[in-house]
Design a protein around this ligand. Sequence first.
Ligand code: BMA
Length: 322
Amino acid sequence: MPLRRIAGGPLIRPGDLPDLPPDLVDVSSVFNPGAARIGGEVVLLLRVQTRGRETFLLRATGREGFGPFAFDGAPVRLAGIEALPGRVHHVYDPRLTRLEGDWYCMVAVDIDDGCRLGLARSRDLAAFEWLGLVSRDDTRNGVLFPEKVGGRYLRLERPNRVVASGEPPTGDTIRLAASDDLLDWKPVATVLRGRPHSWDERIGPGPPPLKTRAGWLLVYHGVATHFGAANVYQAGAALLDLADPSRVLARSRRNFLEPRESWERVGQVPNVVFPTGLLADAEDADGCAPPDAGVLLYYGAADTCVGLATGTVADLLDACAD
Ligand code: BMA
């Protein structure tokens, strides 16, 4: 296992959250956080679910990223999202990217018609301005690259389609899409496909890609369906070409993180590790994280808690070649 879980169990459990009436009282779960480093602190945007199965985003701040965390006194507001027509059921799984001096938060948005990607912008990760829905079709797991590549903004995403009758739409491809304005996106290429019978039959991007000299390092989640008997969510890695991220340079044959701890195996949705935040503690003048940089990988565990695994960039690069 190239990354190591921190000692002492999950990083954040539901019971760690303070009661924040009226919305957050004795919450059911806290998971799938977006992660960012800002002003020497680690900021997590936590997905919090209530006993009413309502979803909120809550900001947590900590010095080293290992906790303890200070929680905001109220859930995050995405100012302007109220203008969306129709009902918004859930806004969730935030992914945070620093791009051209601003923070961008890509979220999944459940509406009557399925799931869309949504985008918000922030200067400080405290106040957010809603920019709109940014996928036409049913899509989840959108992750923005931290810079333009070939003159265009890029993101990886997971188009959803119905794979089995009666099941919600899901996906077995990771696709590259491009945009000139961050709002209107066109698919460019399918980058990765699920591997039938392997650990990653269905797949989706995890945290936003991390720039390294060797290529864009992508941690992704893979789902083994076990012929419909159980879905097990695991994490693996792939390396994409820096100049043309539709080119896959390496991809892990095995997962490097899978549900093993009791709190990863038991919870609201059992057998889930779902990585959504990856932070490196150093970068060079070109924005590349060097191999010896330390990494913090934040993930949702069993859709109930937040886990943290640590290692180095080199560990993740090794995992791609494994
Ligand atoms: C995925 C997403 C995630 C969730 C995971 C496991 O499809 O909905 O938000 O953590 O399933 O339930």
